[in-house]
Each structure stands twice: as structure tokens, then as C-alpha cells.
Design a protein around this ligand. Structure first.
Ligand code: XIL
Length: 381
């Protein structure tokens, strides 16, 4: 073989190895199924999640959409039975509220706020500042001259409209992104570009002014696993919260999204516990705001899959509910009938995904048991 051929062969072998290694890294490890195979997910009694959480001084709830709630009565009934608090999945995002730069469209969010009130449920607001779900016009119409006024006006109008009716607002969502390379770990995006890092504080102050009663939260994701990336995110989020608190910003809580992966093997109870303690020591409450467990890479067998999903819920919530600063747990949907993961994290085998407490027929699954068990074993607050 010529030198050149050998080089090429080594290169191809190396590339093959690299591809294989990254595939293996993403493969589900059977040890996780073994972990949960013998777990007893038994639950005492029949009472709904809202009651089990309420007994401990906690709130349980779910994200809902105008479309599902208004068109599916059996589903709406299950929501009202299991939940004490709701959050609109998309209806309060800029894309939904701002069809044009000078118009607001509140029909769907008004409907949801009224639904919650008519059922005696609390309502969260999600979200005033986020780099996703922006209307198309945002890219061309916002610049450094009008950014501040636009942000202030948006928050004053939206928060003002529902003042007194919202339990808590996710004022800013996912503003931390250490990959962007800034020393403060903040995401590089238009609001930061136009207003500097203080846009976060500005948003909180505007929200507080528009509804002094609402609890104001900073909400973020990827905060639980023991990886380099998530460690950097935890550090940056803590730094941001410390800074906001030290400047007297009206911020009251951290929202931890908790979109979990059933195939993850990097859950580290100790890291999560320490992080929550650190947040609590700043005088902040904590809400688990968007919990679900993707089964995208789990085995097809439904019992195996449901056990791993349930085990992931239980392991996580056992840690979270030990922290006295945690006041609420919301799942990102209630039933597998309506979940963003169907399109976001579909399975290769096309089997319907099963990430939520109720199945697509609205029946309680092991994930429901897991959440109920975590609440039942939590200490009273
Ligand atoms: C998701 C919704 O569930 C989807 O329907 C929509 O298409 C995209 O947004 N983190 C968040 C939520 O803070 O707003 C996202 O909601 C899910 C991830």
C-alpha cells in the first residue's frame, strides 16, 4: 500500500470510529431499565395530584393550550380535576400576542385566564422575554432606538391586562447560554445587543410595576445533569440571580423547566440538591415549571418505557420536594394526547410518545403514580 492509501485508510477508520462512538454515546443504556424494573410504583388512595400536593402546602399543575382545552371536554375535565395551577403553552408568547408591531391579540389568552378563574385554578404567565416564538416582524422592526420602549410597552400592556389574576410570571426565559462565549454566560441576542445585559432587570422592574402582586420568576432549562455544559449553566444562572438580587431587582423565584430525558444517565441528585440550596439561599422560591420526560430513545416495550419515565420523575421530584424553597411542580402538558414532544422528540419507530402523567386515553400511568408518590412522601411545608 502506498503511504497515501494508508493515510486515507487510517482517516476513514478514524472517522468510522468517531461516528460509532457518538452513536454509542447516544444509545440508551439497559442498566436504566434494570434500575426501575423492580420499583414498586404503588400509590395509596385515589385522590388527584392537586390534593396530594395541597396537603404538603404545594401546587401541582400543567401547561395547557386554548385549542385542546376549548375543544376537548373530557380532557378539560381531567385538567380541572388534577391541577391547581395552569400555564398557557404558547398563548402569552410574543408570536401569539403580537400579530403586528402595533396590535395585540388577546383572544386565546383571555379565554385561558377566564377558564382558570371559572374553575378556581391559579394561572401562571409564560413568557415576556424569550429568544424563540417571536413574530416575523421582530427581526426587521426592532432596533437600538425603539427596543427599550417596545419592551416596556409590551410588558406594561400584557402584565397590566392580567394584573391580579396571575400567580407568577416567567418574566425572562432562557437568557443564559454559556456557549455564546460571554463571561457572564448570557445569551447573545437582540434584546442584549440593543439594551445590554440590563434588559433583564428592566423587564423585571416593568413587570413589577404593572402587577405588584405577581410572583416574578426567571425561568431556564438544562440545569439538572452532571455534564460540563449544564455545570456552566448552573454557575451562570446563579451568577445572574445573585446580580439581580444584589441590585434590588423585584425577582422572587427561579423556574426550573426540567425537560428530562428518560435515556439520561447523568442525573446527579447531589448536584441538583446543592444548586437548589444555593438558589434558595438567595431568598428565592423555586418552581419546577415544565416537567416532562422524553421517551424518544427508550425501548419500544410500553411497560419498560413507562417504568423508566416514571422512575425519572420520581428520582427528580424526590430531590426537588426535599427543598423547602420549592413551591410548585408543573408538567408541560397533562396527557400524552397533547404533548409538544410528539413533534419535538418523535420516536424512530413512530410509536406514540408517552412523556406525561396521563396516557392518550386520559388514564393515569406510572408517571402519575411517581408524581403522586413524590408528593405523598414530601414533608409538609
Ligand atoms: C414549546 C411549546 O410546547 C410548543 O408547542 C411550541 O411549538 C414551542 O414552545 N421551553 C419553554 C416553552 O420555555 O415555552 C416551550 O414550549 C418548550 C421549551
Amino acid at each position: 500500500m502506498t503511504k497515501r492509501k494508508i493515510k486515507r485508510r487510517t482517516f476513514i477508520l478514524g472517522l468510522g470510529g468517531f461516528i460509532l462512538a457518538s452513536k454509542i454515546k447516544n444509545l440508551y443504556k439497559p442498566s436504566q431499565a434494570a434500575n426501575y424494573a423492580n420499583r414498586d410504583f404503588a400509590v395509596v388512595g385515589n385522590s388527584p395530584l392537586r390534593d396530594r400536593f395541597a396537603t404538603k402546602g404545594l401546587l401541582y399543575g400543567a401547561a395547557v393550550s386554548h385549542r385542546s382545552l376549548s375543544s376537548d371536554l373530557p380532557f378539560a375535565n381531567r385538567v380541572a380535576a388534577e391541577c391547581a395551577i395552569l400555564v398557557p403553552e404558547s398563548e402569552l408568547k410574543w408570536k401569539a400576542l403580537r400579530p403586528t408591531p402595533d396590535r395585540f391579540s388577546f383572544a386565546a389568552s383571555d379565554w385561558l385566564v377566564n377558564f382558570a378563574r371559572s374553575q378556581g385554578l391559579l394561572m401562571r404567565g409564560h413568557t415576556l422575554v424569550w429568544h424563540e416564538a417571536l413574530p416575523k416582524w421582530f427581526a426587521t422592526k426592532v432596533d437600538s432606538r425603539n427596543a427599550e420602549q417596545l419592551l416596556q410597552q409590551h410588558i406594561a400592556t400584557v402584565v397590566g391586562r392580567y394584573a391580579g389574576k396571575i400567580h407568577s410570571w416567567d418574566v425572562v426565559n432562557e437568557a443564559v447560554h454559556p456557549d455564546d462565549g460571554r463571561t457572564d454566560g448570557l445569551r447573545q441576542w437582540p434584546w442584549l445587543q440593543f439594551l445590554g445585559p440590563d434588559y433583564i432587570e428592566t423587564a423585571f422592574r416593568a413587570a413589577h410595576e404593572a402587577d405588584p402582586q405577581a410572583m416574578l420568576a426567571y425561568n431556564d432549562h438544562h440545569l439538572e445533569y452532571d455534564t460540563k455544559d449544564q455545570e456552566a449553566r448552573r454557575t451562570a444562572v446563579l451568577k445572574l440571580l445573585e446580580r439581580l438580587k444584589s441590585r434590588g431587582t423585584p425577582i422572587h423565584a427561579l423556574g426550573i423547566q426540567a425537560h428530562l430525558r428518560g435515556d439520561a444517565d447523568r442525573f446527579n441528585a447531589k448536584k441538583l440538591k446543592t444548586f437548589m440550596r444555593d438558589v434558595a439561599s438567595l431568598g428565592l422560591k423555586i418552581m419546577i415549571t415544565e416537567m416532562d420526560v422524553t421517551d424518544q430513545k427508550l425501548p419500544k416495550n410500553i411497560d419498560t418505557r413507562d417504568r423508566i419515565v416514571a422512575g425519572s420523575y420520581e428520582d427528580y421530584l424526590n430531590v426537588a420536594l426535599e427543598e423547602p424553597a420549592v413551591i410548585a411542580v408543573l408538567t408541560w402538558g397533562l396527557s400524552d394526547r397533547y404533548t409538544w414532544l410528539e413533534s419535538q422528540k418523535p420516536r424512530k419507530d413512530r410509536a406514540p410518545v408517552r412523556p406525561l402523567p396521563l396516557d392518550a386515553k386520559l388514564k393515569r400511568k406510572l408517571a402519575w403514580n411517581a408524581i403522586a408518590r413524590a408528593a405523598d412522601s414530601a414533608l409538609k411545608q
